[in-house]
Write a protein that binds this ligand. Structure first.
Ligand SMILES: [Cu+2]
Length: 152
């Protein structure tokens, strides 16, 4: 009986944490003839504490890997301003707020699109979060039935 309660107390907080995360408008940008793609998404954190997205994996694995990216402003030797895309270790989402991973800002980079990409109509994305209440995973699916890339 005691064991059951210990199990309950350890597991339940992270289940609740996942329940209060909403993954919205997951959208892939995959162009013809390019090696990498991007994914845009809104993530709402309804918990009373911050959560950090630190990894995204796709099932089936049709990309070499998925990286978290940001655009940062830079200035070159001719004093020209430009944005550089860099990999970042994680993305924090404050309590009660939504973050939009989108073009020109933080985004998911789909590295190395494999030929197998064209064999599927749907992909399942697993978003890995850490928080003060433990780690958890949230899933969202992306419809990829409409792909110009694979039409020839
Ligand atoms: Cu990128």
């Amino acid at each position: 009986m005691a064991m059951r309660w210990i199990f309950f107390l350890i597991i339940m907080p992270t289940l609740f944490a996942a329940d209060k995360i909403q993954i919205k408008h997951l959208e892939l940008k995959i162009l013809n003839g390019v090696k990498n793609g991007a994914a845009y998404v809104g993530i709402y954190n309804g918990n009373s504490y911050a959560v950090n997205l630190y990894k995204v994996k796709v099932d089936p694995e049709v990309f070499d890997r998925i990286e978290l990216h940001d655009h940062v402003p830079r200035t070159d030797e001719n004093n020209t301003h430009y944005f550089e895309m860099i990999e970042i270790p994680e993305i924090e989402i404050a309590p009660g707020s939504t973050i939009f991973l989108q073009k020109g800002g933080k985004h998911l980079m789909l590295m190395g699109i494999q030929p197998a990409f064209c064999s599927y109509k749907k992909l399942s994305f697993n978003f890995f979060f850490r928080s003060e209440k433990g780690n958890f995973i949230k899933q969202a699916s992306a419809d990829i039935s409409n792909k110009k890339r694979c039409s020839q």
